[in-house]
Design a protein around this ligand. Sequence first.
Ligand code: ACO
Length: 405
Amino acid sequence: NLSTVKDSKGNITKYIDPGYLNTVSGHTRVSFVDGEQGILEYRGYSIKELAEKSTFIEVAYLLIYEDLPTIQQLEEFSKKIMNHSSLPIELRNIMSCFKNDAHPMGMFISAMSGLSTFHPEANPALAGQSCYDDPYKRDKHISNILGISPTISAAAYRHKNQKEFNNPRDGGYIENFFYMLHHEKGTDYQPHPVLVKALDVMFILHAEHGFSCSAAAVRHLASANTDVYNCIAGGAAALYGTLHGGANEAVLRMLMKIGSKANVPAFIEKVKNKEEKLMGFGHRMYKCYEIRPKIVKTIALKVFEVCGREELFDVALEIEQIALKDPYFIKRRLFPNIDLFSGVVYKAMGFPPEFCPVLFAMPRLVSWLAHWSEFLDDPNRKITRPQQVYTGHRNRKYVPQCDIK
Ligand code: ACO
């Protein structure tokens, strides 16, 4: 379906590929995706097996460093991450100045970008073009970003609820995140182990997906030698969109608007008439029912045992049932994606809809770091600069339209 650009003699000089459906921008060893068969492997391991047997931090190590960690490597990695989890006071003050009803992703992206101002040693303009060549220095930034992301996210959550920020404490990555979200002075907050496990598995499922829109954005930024903090902020900005990681929030809002199972058929008709889009359905890569939404459904049931059944889950199930049998979706090979049920899980855990994209960004930044690091090591890397076909005016005569003197 590529349209072509021809020269005056009719020779094809360029192909136009909107959305890069057919354009490969590089090699990767981070994950394998086969959308026809629904296969997703992180560094060669099936996502199903990782979700069953691994932990998020182990998977983070695997994605970034290519192999599963030994117990000693895992301990060192976890320790380094925790050592970098404190929010600089100045950044804390900046976050306090956001409006309380600011979208948490706006706060997350701004804080990530703001972190760059504390790390001149990560800025190639100041520290030299080779400032990431030393693996030790590169690792420091990786630990820093992984360590501070739950602190920034929890601060955004607390700020929205007009509550004081909590400092991180020792313990597991997910436990500490829950603690920073919910701890109140004078209490001894302990997160529920079922919810900790559920969020850990959700994070594994969301940690990587090849050259996704956001990972491609990170690689794009890295190609210009942008510092790693702004690369990650840029990845988060791409993720924020409702067609990508913002879809979990959009699904929840859609489910709330539909309201009940009885209203689903009428909504589906609107989708087929192109008056609405069915959020949580369709994927650029998958042309079959992939495994991640199926695993999210099983996680939902475990979360409901602790938090109570979320009514919107039944609305989502009804959508799934109807759409999977409908010729509109069958013909276009549209299936549930990971976002159809993830927002419902997060809502059951007590998160508001607008926080759901943050819960996607936190694990996905592992992917961005892995791709950033891989991209830097690519001997064939070049600044990313797509070709264009200019269709605007040429050689216009300047006629002043207003008197600016
Ligand atoms: N609802 C209704 N129709 C859809 C949907 C949907 N969710 N997704 C695709 N279609 C239709 C399109 O309208 C188009 O129909 P047409 O042939 O009549 O014009 C056809 O299916 C092909 O769709 P494209 O937009 O060309 O597919 P593309 O691969 O470019 O888009 C995308 C993929 C963006 C994910 C799309 O399916 C979508 O918008 N889904 C809803 C948003 C969403 O859930 N995003 C999360 C994706 S997963 C992730 O990033 C985490």
